[in-house]
Structures are given as C-alpha cells and as structure tokens.
Write a protein that binds this ligand. Structure first.
Ligand SMILES: Cc1cc2nc3c(=O)[nH]c(=O)nc-3n(C[C@H](O)[C@H](O)[C@H](O)COP(=O)(O)O)c2cc1C
Length: 184
C-alpha cells in the first residue's frame, strides 16, 4: 500500500492547513492510499546544529536524540511527503522549517534516500494573495527543496484564510487538494 506522510507545520489542529490536509487524506483514502499526519508542533525537535557528522562518509544519520528520529523513519517508509504549513512572517512556519533543515542529515547520498518519492505543499495565509502574504517565498523555498532532493514535485495548493474555517470561502481549494491526491 502506498503511503503519504503529511508534515504539519501549523500548531492549529482545527486550522485551515489542517483542513487542507484532511481533504487530501480523505481523497487519498478513496484511492487506497494510507495517510499519516505528523503535528511537528507537539514534537520535540531541535534545530540542526551544523555539526557535520551526518555528512561524514558512511553516516547519513543525525546524532541528535530527539523526536526527529521517528520522523526520519516515517519519511523513509513513505512514498510521498506533503509539507503543510501556514505562512508566518512571509514564509513557512518555524515548526516545519526546523524539520526541513534536519533533512540535511540524510547525508551526501541524500538523493538515494528520496529516490522515487514525491513532494507536495499545502499552504494557507491570512493576507489577500500569494504575493502580499509572502506565500511566494514559501513556494520558492519548497520548489528549490524539491529540486535539491530531485523528487517529483506535485506542486502547491494554496489558499487564503485567516481564522480557522475561513478557507471554506475558497471554493476550489477542496478540489485542488483532491487533485493533488489523484497525482500521487
Ligand atoms: C505568527 C503569525 C504570523 C503570520 N504571518 C503571516 C504572513 O506573513 N502573511 C500572511 O498572509 N498571513 C500570516 N499569518 C496568518 C496565517 O497564515 C493564517 O491565519 C493561516 O490561515 C493560519 O493557518 P492555520 O489555520 O492552518 O494555522 C500569520 C499568523 C501568525 C499566527
């Protein structure tokens, strides 16, 4: 069975990004694809310390002992990783950025670890559009990261919404989340 891992960068389980993740997971389930959502906010994940140990020949592993260990395992077991994040101060949230930096630990052979995997981005923001919200910066970071890991880029579903539930005003978002699931 194929597996999707959603790395959730919002602290709000009832928020707009969580709703997008739910729509994607529901559509995936209909296709017999398993989905697991990991709320990074409730995990204890230290930022990368740039010790460089993961880059040493034969390493490809992080020496930090924290909840990222579990996340690494889940990434390895997944066919698709969906990064889900609101826009905070014109970019991805700190919760998800810390986890992304820790992907450095796959080491010099990182492309092998991600061979055949797919990446997608779900994102919400309070301001009017991608441009003024700063969502464009998050999209650029995500696209560069997908290119770096040499994975298939499923693209981005983004929407406006400030308070939880406000994304429902965007009629096309649910269909776009479902379309992303169909690409997996
Ligand atoms: C600390 C903080 C910073 C934010 N910065 C931005 C921003 O730079 N641009 C923007 O459009 N919205 C910003 N927002 C609004 C959130 O992106 C918006 O409320 C989003 O829908 C939250 O997603 P969630 O419901 O999934 O948590 C910010 C919200 C918070 C709490």
């Amino acid at each position: 069975m194929m597996k999707i891992l959603i790395l959730m960068g919002s602290p709000r389980p009832m928020g707009n990004t969580a709703k997008m993740a739910e729509w994607l997971a529901d559509a995936a389930k209909e296709r017999d694809i398993e989905t697991e959502t990991v709320y990074l906010n409730v995990l204890s994940i230290k930022p990368c310390q740039a010790c460089g140990v993961c880059q040493m020949p034969g390493m490809g592993e992080c020496i930090l002992e924290d909840d990222m260990k579990d996340v690494y395992k889940k990434i390895e077991e997944s066919d698709c990783i969906i990064f889900a994040s609101p826009v905070y101060f014109f970019n991805l949230t700190a919760q998800i950025k810390i986890a992304i930096d820790r992907l450095y630990a796959f080491g010099p052979d990182y492309k092998k670890s991600f061979d055949g995997k797919k990446f997608g981005l779900l994102m919400s923001y309070g301001d009017d559009n991608l441009e003024v919200s700063g969502g464009k910066n998050a999209v650029a970071s995500f696209n560069d990261m997908a290119a770096y890991f040499d994975v298939e880029n499923l693209g981005v579903v983004h929407c406006q919404g400030y308070e939880p539930g406000e994304l429902e005003r965007n009629k096309d978002v649910k269909a776009e989340c479902e379309a992303m699931a169909a690409k997996i």
